[in-house]
Design a protein around this ligand. Structure first.
Ligand code: FNR
Length: 368
C-alpha cells in the first residue's frame, strides 16, 4: 500500500516511499555511496552538530529568501544538482526535474550522464528558466569542447566541472544489484557502450579523464564565457587555488558520499573555508556552494549562515520523482519553501542578507 503524496510531510518521507516502490537496481544506484557509506551518514550528522542562536523580537511578518546565484535571481537558495540516470527512477527522466524547477523558479544543473539528451532537457525548459551544465571531462578534449560550446549556445548559464571523480568511487550496493536495465539511454551522452557487470556507476564512467589538473583550467576559460565552477572541492587550500585560477565558484561537496569515503562533510569544509576567505578579503571573489545531506530548510539556513551562496540537493528530488513523478518533486520543493518561511521567522531573519555566523553555535562542529 503506497502512501498518498499528501502523507509526505518532509523530504525524508520521499526516501522511505522510494525505497519501497523503486526497482531494486534503481534504488541501489540512487541510494548507494562509497565503501562503508560513512561519509554519506556524516553529511547528515554534521548538520546535527550545528545549533541556532535565534534573534527575538524582529519583525518577521514578511520574509524573503530569494537570492542570486552566478548572477541569476532565484526564488529559493537551493538548486537541483546533477544526478545521472534519471530514467532509472522515472520513464521521463530529467525533464521531470526541469518542469518542477521551472514552477518553483530554481536552477537545474544538467548532468553529463543524463538519461534524456541534453537538448531534450533544454527544450523542456521555459523561456526564462536557467540551467547549468555539469561536466565530466572526457579524455578526448574535442568531445568535451563540443559539449561545452553546445551548452553555451543553448543558453546554459554556468559550467560546473566535477573535480572529485578522477575515477568513480566503489559503491558496493550498486555493484551487487548489477546494471541490467536496458531502458536507460546512457550511451547517447557518454558515447560508450556499457558493461553492466560492475554496477551502473562503473559502467558509464570509463571515459572520464583521470589526468585532469589545474593546468587545464585556462583551457576551459578559453573555450567558454560561461561562469566556471569547480564541483567537489574538499579543502580550503583548493578553494584558494580556485580563486587564483580565476573561476567564479566552487561547490564544496563529496558527491553525496559516493566518492572518497571518510571525506568530510561540506559544512565542515565550509566552516574551515569562510574565515580564511574573509581574513584575506576574498569572500566576494568567489561564490561558495555546498551540497550533500541537505534535507531540511534548517540545513539550508545553516549553510547560508556559514557563508554559502546556495546549496545543491540531489537524492530527495530523485526519490520524489521516482515515487510520485512531477507532483512529487513539486511537493518536495513546496515543502522546502514552507519550511524556509517558517524557520527564517523562527531564527529572526527576514532576508538572506540577515543570515550570518552570529546566528549559529558551531562549537560542536570542531574547531576552525
Ligand atoms: C550524483 N552526483 C553526481 N555529481 C556529478 O557531478 N555528476 C553526476 O553524474 C552525478 N550523479 C549522481 C547520481 C546520483 C544517483 C546521486 C545521488 C548523486 C552527486 C550530486 O551532484 C551531489 O553532489 C549529491 O547528490 C549531493 O548529495 P545529496 O543531496 O544526494 O545528499
Amino acid at each position: 500500500e503506497m502512501p498518498l503524496l499528501e502523507q509526505c510531510y518532509n523530504l525524508l518521507d520521499f526516501e522511505a516511499v522510494a525505497r519501497r516502490v523503486m526497482k531494486k537496481t534503481a534504488w541501489a544506484y540512487y541510494s548507494s555511496a562509497a565503501d562503508d557509506e560513512i561519509t554519506m551518514r556524516e553529511n547528515h550528522a554534521a548538520f546535527h552538530r550545528i545549533w541556532f542562536r535565534p534573534r527575538i523580537l524582529v519583525d518577521v511578518a514578511n520574509v524573503d529568501f530569494s537570492t542570486t546565484m552566478l548572477g541569476t535571481k532565484v526564488a529559493m537558495p537551493f538548486y537541483v544538482t546533477a544526478t545521472a540516470l534519471g530514467k532509472l527512477g522515472h520513464p521521463e527522466g530529467e525533464v521531470v526535474l526541469t518542469r518542477a524547477a521551472a514552477k518553483h523558479n530554481v536552477i537545474q544543473m544538467i548532468p553529463t550522464l543524463a538519461s534524456c539528451s541534453f537538448d531534450e532537457i533544454v527544450d523542456a525548459a521555459t523561456d526564462h528558466q536557467v540551467q547549468w551544465l555539469q561536466l565530466y571531462v572526457n579524455k578526448d578534449r574535442a568531445i568535451t569542447e563540443r559539449i561545452v560550446r553546445h551548452a553555451e549556445r543553448r543558453g546554459c548559464k554556468g559550467l560546473f566541472i566535477t573535480v572529485d571523480a578522477p575515477q568513480l568511487g566503489r559503491r558496493e550496493k550498486d555493484m551487487r544489484s548489477k546494471f541490467t536495465d536496458p531502458g536507460s539511454s546512457v550511451q547517447a551522452t557518454a558515447g560508450h557502450a556499457t558493461d553492466g557487470s560492475q554496477g551502473a556507476a562503473r559502467a558509464i564512467s570509463s571515459f572520464i579523464d583521470p589526468g585532469l589538473s589545474w593546468a587545464d583550467i585556462p583551457w576551459f576559460r578559453s573555450i567558454t564565457a560561461m561562469p566556471i565552477v569547480l564541483k567537489g572541492v574538499q579543502r580550503v587550500e583548493d578553494v584558494l587555488k580556485a580563486v587564483d585560477a580565476g573561476v567564479q565558484g566552487v561547490v564544496l561537496s563529496n558527491h553525496g558520499g559516493r566518492q572518497l569515503d571518510f571525506a568530510r562533510s561540506a559544512v565542515e569544509v565550509l566552516a574551515e573555508t569562510m574565515p580564511v576567505l574573509r581574513a584575506r578579503g576574498l569572500q566576494d571573489k568567489i561564490e561558495v556552494y555546498v551540497d550533500g545531506g541537505v534535507r531540511r530548510a534548517t540545513d539550508i539556513l545553516k549553510a547560508l549562515c556559514l557563508g554559502a551562496r546556495g546549496v545543491g540537493i540531489g537524492r530527495p528530488f530523485l526519490y520524489a520523482m521516482s515515487a510520485y513523478g512531477l507532483a512529487g518533486v513539486d511537493r518536495a520543493m513546496q515543502l522546502l519553501r514552507d519550511e524556509m518561511e517558517m524557520n527564517m521567522r523562527l531564527i529572526g531573519a527576514t532576508t538572506v542578507a540577515d543570515l550570518g555566523p552570529d546566528l549559529l553555535d558551531v562549537r560542536s562542529l570542531g574547531s576552525h
